[in-house]
Design a protein around this ligand. Structure first.
Ligand SMILES: O=C(CO)[C@H](O)[C@H](O)COP(=O)(O)O
Length: 233
């Protein structure tokens, strides 16, 4: 990642930090932008801010522990005030594609448990139509072949075509924190994300998908010397 790109992520993270108030229960996202948020949050915590966070991945949990951000779980703290997370794409009405980092299931559970969700990103994530970024779909490993065929058929019925690939890392299937697999679906354009989300939700074997609709309230997007706010300020 270039130094400029990292700077944009830090700017967006700082804008989100301004929304954090003392005593808040936070959902803490996953990915390189969310990690910049953890870093700026940790500085504030070291300076006396009192917050408690639910991490959306083991990777984020490890960074929080390393930097001294206090953690809890959704079992101990089932309602959160604010979740801050990155995204792979930000589309119309703050519809998102997430899951590039493989944490979409926990990210969606945490976002849904939060009163407010803020997305932080650099401007490369803004799109007019979702789908350029392959849609991550988390699936149970049992019946993988059948589930992939059903996803393919379901997508085709909605006019969506494209390669479906089981995600790999180091030549082996990528396994999520929940022990599932990820199928990346290269649809190119998803003109009706709601129809696709509903259809995917109905497929046995699909654990969750990376379409985040009606979850994000605000996006802080850094680029061209400013941080733009989308949605509720
Ligand atoms: O959804 C995610 C992880 O599952 C991330 O938020 C998304 O992949 C963005 O990551 P980055 O900030 O590194 O671009």
């Amino acid at each position: 990642m270039s130094a400029d790109m990292r700077e944009l992520k830090i700017e967006a993270a700082r804008a989100a930090l301004d929304q954090v108030e003392d005593g808040m229960r936070l959902g803490i996202g996953t990915g390189s932008t969310a990690e910049e948020f953890v870093r700026v949050l940790a500085e504030r915590v070291a300076g006396g801010l009192t917050v408690i966070g639910v991490p959306t991945s083991e990777r984020t949990a490890a960074l929080c522990r390393e930097l001294g951000v206090p953690l809890t779980t959704l079992d101990e703290t089932p309602e959160l005030d604010l979740t801050i997370d990155g995204a792979d794409e930000i589309g119309p009405q703050l519809g998102l594609i997430k899951g590039g980092g493989g944490a979409l299931l926990r990210e969606k559970i945490v976002a849904a448990a939060s009163r407010r969700m803020i997305v932080i990103a650099d401007k490369s994530k803004l799109v007019e139509t979702l789908g350029r970024f392959p849609l991550p779909i988390e699936v149970n490993s049992f019946g993988l072949g059948a589930t992939v065929r059903t996803i393919e058929r379901t997508a085709r019925a909605l006019g969506l075509e494209g390669a479906l690939k089981v995600r790999e890392r180091d030549g082996k299937p990528f396994v999520t924190d929940g022990g599932h697999l990820i199928v990346d679906a290269s649809f190119g354009r998803i003109p009706d994300p709601r129809a696709l989300a509903n259809a995917l939700n109905a497929i046995p074997g699909v654990v969750e998908h990376g379409l985040f609709l009606d979850l994000a309230d605000t996006a802080f997007v850094a680029g061209d010397g400013e941080v733009r706010t989308f949605g509720a300020a």
